[in-house]
Design a binder for this molecule. Structure first.
Ligand code: NI
Length: 393
């Protein structure tokens, strides 16, 4: 396919820009992507791509059957937007007040449609099937779970996903092996004490002091319990309690998140947290209860065969000058990890930052926008990966 690279760039760019801009103008929140799904469905069907049954109200699943028998590859793009008031100044800025494609998922959809276009042209050569998974609800960190629970991955041998990224310079793509995005687990801690007059702490049990000690103990967990070579973040993002300056507070709620790459540490997190919070609370004559919510495993590119296919695909298409595998692993999370937990998978990044063009804002910022000249690369990489996976099997 590589001899078509130049042709692909020229043919795709206009088409992708049109699609991306229309999608950007009409963003929709997670699981509310009704108009988006209808547009995607129409686009797939207008290309002659079979649209399969979808278990959710939003999202679209398409399929191309190659001429020859073979394995099945899944290609995934997420489709939802964020509750952000757009301030990008783009002529095609969001027309849905308070909703913005601030994570760049509009580009993911466009790139996947571009890949479908390329693969359709190669249908006669394809050995196996390509399943296009235009997935809803990524930003809620649970969209992928519905697809797994509804057996959408049954029969799929491997899956590819990618994210456009605001700290990676355009036009690089990053197809690095190993750690890419961290696991995510959330917690709520309820600390209970005894209310008394603010001037008489000896008559009460101060939940604010106990909760403060818990916050500090959780930070010490990062520095003392964790192996320092394993990245770990424990953030208490919400600390809520108290009613008045002269009342010893009896109830505090702490809400936070934990990000890491170590499966062993993740396995122990709930038990470790319980031990820390209960004993710390007890030292202050209070009690503490933990509500632990496991969310997402880490995104780690660890399938050697897929790593090789992705890296060779990127080099064939863009040369070493178009690849930057030095992009550091992130502590953010991605629900693609739930697919990765089930079947062999690979996750790539497409650089969208361009300082010369003033495109310096990062994902989730209200001014985030991308260097659109990279979009064809995302399509080409996706298509090449799928083609090589199917045809080298
Ligand atoms: Ni995203």
């Amino acid at each position: 396919m590589t001899d078509h690279t130049e042709h692909v760039e020229i043919a795709l760019t206009d088409e992708l820009l049109g699609i991306r801009r229309r999608l950007h103008r009409h963003p929709e929140r997670s699981f509310k992507e009704f108009e988006t799904s209808m547009r995607l469905r129409n686009l797939l069907e207008s290309h002659g791509i079979t649209v399969l049954d979808n278990p959710l109200d939003t999202g679209v699943i398409g399929e191309i059957k190659g001429e020859h028998d073979g394995p099945q590859i899944g290609l995934r793009a997420d489709i939802d937007a964020l509750p952000v008031h757009e301030d990008s100044g783009l002529v095609f800025a969001s027309e849905n007040e308070g909703v913005m494609h601030a994570c760049g998922h509009d580009n993911h959809m466009a790139m996947l449609l571009g890949a479908a276009h390329i693969l359709l042209e190669k249908k006669d050569e394809l050995k196996g099937k390509v399943k296009f998974l235009l997935q809803s609800g990524e930003e809620m960190a649970c969209g992928a779970k519905y697809y797994v629970d509804h057996h959408i991955l049954d029969g799929v041998d491997a899956i590819f996903g990618q994210h456009i990224w605001g700290t990676l310079d355009a036009p690089y793509v990053c197809v690095a092996s190993g750690n890419r995005m961290a696991s995510c687990d959330n917690f709520t801690i309820r600390v209970k004490g005894l209310q008394s007059h603010g001037s008489a702490p000896q008559d009460g049990h101060d939940a604010i002091v106990a909760a403060s000690a818990i916050v500090m103990a959780l930070q010490t967990y990062v520095s003392r319990k964790n192996n320092p070579v394993n990245p770990l973040v424990v953030t208490v993002g919400k600390f809520h309690g108290g009613s008045m300056y002269n009342i010893i507070c009896p109830d505090v709620e702490l809400v936070g998140t934990i990000r890491t790459y170590s499966r062993e540490l993740r396995h122990d997190l709930e038990a470790d947290l319980n031990k820390i919070i209960k004993n710390t609370a007890e030292a202050h004559d209070c009690t503490a209860e933990l509500e632990f919510s496991p969310m997402l495993p880490a995104v780690i590119n660890e399938d050697h065969e897929l790593n090789e296919i992705a890296q060779n695909a990127a080099l064939k298409l863009f040369g070493p000058e178009g690849v930057n595998n030095e992009m550091p692993a992130l502590m953010g999370s991605e629900d693609f990890a739930l697919f990765m937990e089930k079947i062999p998978a690979f996750f790539a990044f497409i650089g969208s930052r361009n300082v010369e063009k003033g495109l310096i804002y990062t994902n989730h910022n209200e001014k985030y926008t991308v260097d659109e000249s990279v979009l064809w690369r995302g399509s080409a990489l996706t298509a090449q990966f799928a083609y090589d996976f199917l045809n080298n099997k």
